[in-house]
Design a protein around this ligand. Structure first.
Ligand code: ATP
Ligand code: MG
Length: 248
């Protein structure tokens, strides 16, 4: 990855409160065409951070700059952000085809062009044979590919994926890893994905951010996850025990 291509996203001192939970003073930048992973325990605020990045909430403090402009000043239809929910969240009353076609249809894209675009993207994700099915009749992996197609048909600059692989079997997972790399190349987009799986983050991401209790405790290159100089709480989270001589 080439960092010289510039920043797509800058999160500056972002704080968001939801109920009793505080996502506090988050700072990081996302480069063009980068794959960034967020890891953290359940309840550490990963989904909230992804949603805040997407601009679903007005920040309580700080800002999200997207291409240099505050996200909340950019109309939703101009954001070009694809969001894959933790449970895929397909529209249950629509066929796979209608789910994928939904975005372009709302944008008023002519019917023939929608047909062509759905056909093209369905071929890419090998889901042509299930386009007439409803989400309730699809397997987890199929639902995920439909959800990805629905997001990518809008040609997003930024794709946000919330635990995209956690419900998949090991073989499907590996195929999806290859697909994610291909998505980055073919769609020239940047990706942020949340995961519980450290190995997955190391394998797929350029950089990894560790979120603990609403705080981003550090960001490292993915090949430095286990060698970085972390504080004790991250070491505990990663399951690394300090050597005896390093203990105070
Ligand atoms: N709208 C809300 N109102 C109140 N509390 C909320 C709201 N949204 C999130 N929270 C709380 O914020 C905390 C972080 O939630 P979040 O969903 O971001 O965790 P997570 O890291 O994604 O967990 P998981 O790995 O289980 O998906 C949780 O304690 C949750 O209960
Ligand atoms: Mg979550």
């Amino acid at each position: 990855m080439n960092h010289n291509t510039g920043c797509l996203l800058e999160i500056q001192d972002l704080s968001v409160r939801r109920g009793n939970f505080l996502l506090e003073h988050i700072n990081f930048s996302l480069y063009q065409n980068e794959i960034f992973s967020i890891i953290g325990k359940t309840g550490s605020g990963k989904t909230l951070l992804l949603e805040a990045v997407a601009g679903f909430y007005q920040p309580d403090h700080g800002k999200v700059l997207y291409g240099g402009t505050p996200m909340c000043e950019i109309p939703v239809f101009r954001r070009h952000i694809g969001y894959l929910y933790q449970d895929y969240s397909l529209f249950p009353h629509m066929t796979a085809f209608s789910n994928i076609a939904y975005g372009p249809k709302i944008q008023g894209v002519p019917k023939a062009e929608i047909q062509a675009r759905v056909k093209e993207i369905a071929a890419k994700f090998e889901i042509e044979h299930i386009l007439d099915q409803y989400p309730g009749t699809l397997s987890g992996g199929e639902q995920q590919r439909v959800a990805l197609a629905r997001a990518l048909i809008m040609r997003p600059s930024l794709l946000l994926l919330d635990e995209p692989f956690s419900a998949l079997d090991p073989v499907t997972k590996r195929n999806m890893y290859d697909m994610i790399q291909k998505i980055r190349e073919d769609f020239c987009c940047s990706l942020i994905f949340v995961t519980h799986d450290f190995a997955e983050a190391e394998r797929l991401a350029d950089r990894i951010g560790v979120l603990i209790d609403g705080r981003l405790c550090g960001i490292v290159k993915s090949n430095e996850l286990y060698s970085a100089k972390w504080g004790q709480e991250v070491l505990d989270f990663l399951g690394i025990t300090k050597k005896t001589e390093e203990l105070p």
